[in-house]
Design a protein around this ligand. Structure first.
Ligand code: IPM
Ligand code: MG
Length: 356
């Protein structure tokens, strides 16, 4: 198959980790007879420096016209004081919105080889963690109206959190379908004891659950979810939630494994176009040092093959290669353990590519 991939390396360690994912994709193409063509586009701080905006209109068009998008990371202290309209993160939100990437899949998996990295006790994570957060990505408070105005002599800020039934239903459907392909358990996370958006969320999810009798469905409040993720994370299979709750809970969940550098993500639209990125940030403190962990990005490339290109065998091959490299005790600095072999970012990419 021929596929056009828009590559957004971004800032900080973005370019280094993306280069390793491309190395692995090239190996997959060679091995399985595909042709992947890459179009590079600046995003985030590097684009602000060059063009004065976090992504150009042409860059956005290229993303829209490709088969899929691979992203490194955006942002860094250099751009922290940019005005809100041109902050690096703004580009990320714009790409999500313009490409209609409403469904964000964030798998949290404890690799048995890295079990010691989890900050939780063995009795809690001993049986492994394998949960998936389905986060709504183009609605809610991230995209509602916001303003800061002076009222009675002081500043008052407002962020509106709107959700429509159709927005809730379409993310709900993704969650139920995903649960059907996994452990058939779905927990819907909300704050229905306080928020109207959550009451509508719950009502809509209940309606949908009637269509998926095989899925064991439950409602759980977001504060309780935060607690349960630490207390008993193995109770969860798939979690579905709105944009901001999902942002917060997915960071919490990633820490259960102790290795945020390993975690991939997929942002999906109603078609096959998706954007794939590791969930960690741009790590400016180690940028350019060739010590970052590229596995989260490499595993994101695997998700791209699986979800956007329907190449399950190829995705399996990448995931298997990552497991082999870990079994053989190769580790980047962030996941280094006693008795293991410490490797650089580019060496990790080579090791995975060699095993495809
Ligand atoms: C994420 C990030 C983004 C978000 C930021 C960078 C805007 O934290 O992808 O989780 O809040 O969605
Ligand atoms: Mg986040």
């Amino acid at each position: 198959m021929n596929k056009n991939i828009t590559v957004l390396p971004g800032d900080g360690i973005g370019p280094e980790i993306v280069a390793e994912a491309i190395k692995v994709l090239d190996k997959v193409a060679e091995k399985y007879g595909h042709k992947f063509e890459y179009t590079y586009v600046d995003i985030g701080g590097c684009s602000i420096d060059k063009f004065g905006v976090p992504i150009t209109d042409e860059g956005m068009e290229k993303c829209k016209n490709s088969d899929s998008v691979l992203l490194g990371a955006v942002g860094g202290p250099k751009w922290d004081n940019c005005p809100p309209a041109i902050r690096p993160e703004k580009a990320l939100l714009a790409v999500r919105k313009e490409l209609g990437l409403f469904a964000n899949l964030r798998p949290t998996k404890l690799f048995p080889q890295l079990a010691d990295a989890s900050p939780l006790k063995q009795e809690i994570v001993g049986n492994g963690i394998d949960l998936l957060i389905v986060r709504e990505l183009t609605g809610g408070v991230y995209f509602g109206q916001r303003k800061t105005e002076e009222v009675n002599g002081e500043l008052v800020a407002t962020d509106i959190m709107p959700y429509s039934e159709s927005e809730i239903e379409r993310i709900g459907r993704v969650a139920f379908e995903t649960a059907m392909k996994r452990g058939k358990r779905l927990a819907s996370v909300d704050k229905a004891n306080v928020l109207d958006t959550s009451r509508l969320w719950r009502k809509t999810m209940h309606k949908l659950s009637g269509e998926y009798p095989e899925v064991e469905y439950s409602d759980i409040l977001v504060d309780n979810t935060a607690m349960q993720l630490i207390k008993n994370p193995t109770q969860f299979d798939v979690l579905v939630t709105e944009n901001m709750f999902g942002d917060i809970l997915s960071d919490e969940a990633s820490m259960l494994t102790g290795s945020i550098g390993m975690m991939p993500s997929a942002s999906l639209s109603s078609g096959t176009l998706g954007m794939y990125e590791p969930i960690h940030g741009s790590a400016p403190d180690i940028a350019g040092m060739n010590i970052a962990n590229p596995l989260g990005t490499i595993l994101s490339a695997a998700m791209m093959l699986r979800y956007s290109f329907d190449m399950a065998a190829e995705a399996d091959a990448i995931e298997r290669a990552v497991n082999e490299v870990l079994d053989e005790s190769y580790r980047t600095g962030d996941i280094m353990q006693e008795g293991c072999k410490k490797v650089l970012c580019n060496e990790m990419g080579d090791l995975v590519a060699e095993r495809i």
